[in-house]
Design a protein around this ligand. Structure first.
Ligand SMILES: [Ca+2]
Length: 336
């Protein structure tokens, strides 16, 4: 009996020790990584005092790794994912914001030629209209994801860009709080997106992505620059015929393949007569559940997508995300 008890204690203490040891070694390796990263950042031209000051507070955040491995894009089926993000409540909140900021939102819509409904949909899905901007210290988030092996190169670049933006005083160093993945502001811009597309719309010498004017104009500028076409369709839900060749069925957001003109696909679509488009646009077919949901049907749900849909993939590489954004956009269209 005593031996059994001692054995249990021994196993338990081994478990605790290995846990502490793993934690310590992760920390030591992370500190080493920070040291090397700082040299890299200074060598890339960012001032030493900015690098030292910002990186001295960076810590390893284990929960960021947990979130990275458990994103809804990786496990929620399309129906659930879209339903959660285009609820009646979301539409109501978006309309409330639109009424409050009508003047500025309509000015930005006509100036950038991007539908206000699309801007509202993106903001609604990204941050619930500015309610969930994220409270994570994004320097630590980006450092954690850079230290992690899964997408190290991508996040290291993002962190370098962020330090550069702070160094050039484009972004205020005291407001660097956002999502676990390092995204920031009403529209959750990553540092690279801030650098390439964010603008100081109200000309007060600061890009304020948590405020309406700069954030809406920056999002509109991003969409316009990557080629969003106003009043062109995004996608339609379709019923596929059994004879559609497999090569036309896309299930990865990384690379949409085998595009054809819409008219070509008609012969594989049972309900093509319900699809109301005036031009013979470039199109492709997606089956977003196939690679994600165990036991998913091959031909359902299926959607025919157009160039505009791919612009939303550019914003966030997730087949479901782009569907939800366009669905919410259309819901606003019926209400505003
Ligand atoms: Ca500004």
């Amino acid at each position: 009996m005593i031996i059994k008890k001692m054995f249990k204690i021994l196993i338990f203490s081994l478990f605790v020790n290995s846990f502490i040891f793993q934690g310590l070694s992760a920390n030591t390796d992370f500190d080493k990584w920070i040291k090397n990263f700082k040299i890299k950042a200074i060598n890339s031209g960012i001032s030493k005092n900015v690098v030292d000051e910002i990186m001295s507070d960076a810590i390893f955040l284990p929960k960021v790794i947990k979130y990275d491995r458990y994103q809804p894009e990786f496990y929620e089926d399309t129906f659930t994912y879209i339903k959660k993000r285009s609820s009646k409540n979301k539409i109501k909140q978006g309309i409330k914001l639109y009424k409050k900021e009508k003047k500025i939102i309509e000015k930005i819509e006509s100036e950038f030629n991007v539908e206000k409904e699309l801007l509202l949909a993106l903001m609604g899905i990204e941050t619930n209209f500015g309610k969930y901007l994220g409270k994570m210290d994004i320097v630590s988030s980006l450092a954690t994801l850079s230290f992690d092996k899964r997408r190290s190169e991508f996040f290291t670049k993002e962190l370098l860009i962020l330090l550069n933006l702070v160094d050039k005083k484009i972004i205020d160093r005291n407001i660097l709080f956002g999502s676990w993945a390092g995204a920031f502001g009403n529209f959750q811009f990553m540092p690279r997106t801030i650098k390439n597309y964010a603008i100081d719309y109200n000309n007060n010498k600061s890009i304020e992505l948590k405020k309406t004017e700069d954030s809406f104009a920056s999002a509109a500028n991003y969409l316009k620059t990557i080629g969003w076409k106003r009043n062109q369709p995004c996608y339609f839900k379709i019923d596929l015929k059994e004879n559609i060749p497999k090569k036309y069925l896309n299930s990865s957001a990384r690379n949409i393949q085998n595009k054809k003109k819409f008219n070509y696909f008609k012969k594989y679509i049972k309900n093509y007569e319900n699809i109301n488009i005036t031009k013979n646009l470039n199109a492709a077919i997606i089956i977003p559940d196939k690679d994600i949901i165990p036991g998913a049907e091959t031909l359902s749900p299926a959607y025919i997508i157009f160039d505009n849909y791919e612009k939303i993939l550019n914003w966030n590489r997730s087949l479901r995300f782009a569907l939800a954004v366009c669905k919410l956009k259309d819901s606003f269209k019926n209400e505003i």
